[in-house]
Design a protein around this ligand. Sequence first.
Ligand code: SF4
Ligand code: SF4
Length: 414
Amino acid sequence: MQCGYCLPVCPTYLTMKKETHSPRGRINLIKMVGEGRITDLTVLEDPINLCLGCRACEVACPTEVEYGSILEAAKVALEKRKTYSVPIRMIRKTVLNKIFPSKSSLNLISNSYWLFEKTGLKKVMRKTNAMKKLPYHLGEFEATMPPAVSPKIRSEFGSFVKAKGERKYVVAFFTGCVMDAMFKKINNLSIKLLSEVGCDVYIAEKQTCCGALHAHTGEMDDAKELAKKNITAFEEVNADYIVNNAGGCGAMLHEYSELLKDEPDWKERAAVFSSKSKDISQILVACGGIKNIKPRSNERITYQRSCHMTNVQKVTEEPLQLLKCIPEVELVEMKNANMCCGSAGIYNIVNYDESMKILDEKMKNMKETKANVIITTNPGCLIQMKLGVERENLSDSVKALHLIEYLAEAAGIK
Ligand code: SF4
Ligand code: SF4
């Protein structure tokens, strides 16, 4: 329709001010390629690579244009024509197919990072400014990482944790790859909270990475393979719900039904899986919320929404409901709360400058709330918010936390 209703919600249109970097412009370009009016796909590269994939445009569109599918098709087409040098192709394949989907590889990396911290090597590298020399601003991101978790804490739970008190639901917990490697403590707190509100929690051993990173980089066959592995792993548990605590992963799990809709052997199974897939906030609310929550005085909080949780899973109210149950906490919504923070998977690493412009806008709105705690529900948003706090020199007065960390702390769960 080209009405342009999607323009004001698009972070890249607002910061880059180009029609080609708006949803309408991107759709037009893709359409022209589809109709054969543009034959050189190079024109698509910059607009598509700089799209965050936040899908705010999809929600704003009055005619329900499915921008997510259009974007994915364009990414697949662009990926097909890319030629990587042999070393880059090998690194890419190793990271996407050997590291992210492998629990043992991720455990090895996480335990090595713990050793790196424990032996004091990390401190030395920070002191000598060696971290700052890492490529892609990785040193800045490293500074926002939570403390490494010991191998003992990493193996705190086996494959089952019983509900405390009367059982309300049987759930299977989706651990994720980044969440499990870098935010293991939040995963452990999630399991404890689920048990606390009355869930029997299973941790399916054969589960793997959700495949979001693969799908967003145009590697759809790999994404489908991972989806099938997860569907099979969770069918073995047969829980009432499959629960995740990361907006981006949750959106991917929610869309397995779409991803596998053309595969007769998987269509039904994927639909069942997606219908059971829920964000942890939905389950905590469904169980009646968290009991024995203590007041937190002098705290003013704001909630940075995860785009994929808001625009794809359409989970918007439950996190707020849970936060509002904490006595004495003042919750202030920031302006343009639904707008992406610029994290978007690895967008902030590969498109650092563009991402920081979007983050600066977000931090401007955050500062207006005068909040001293920023709550998020996705690991990428959490890292980006921590980076924003550092960039604004606010680390003495503002902290960024995952919703689960904040709720567990208020409930006295460690
Ligand atoms: S995508 Fe939707 S909102 Fe955007 S221009 Fe097209 S019809 Fe309008
Ligand atoms: S997905 Fe986000 S960044 Fe991309 S066109 Fe839509 S609103 Fe803009």
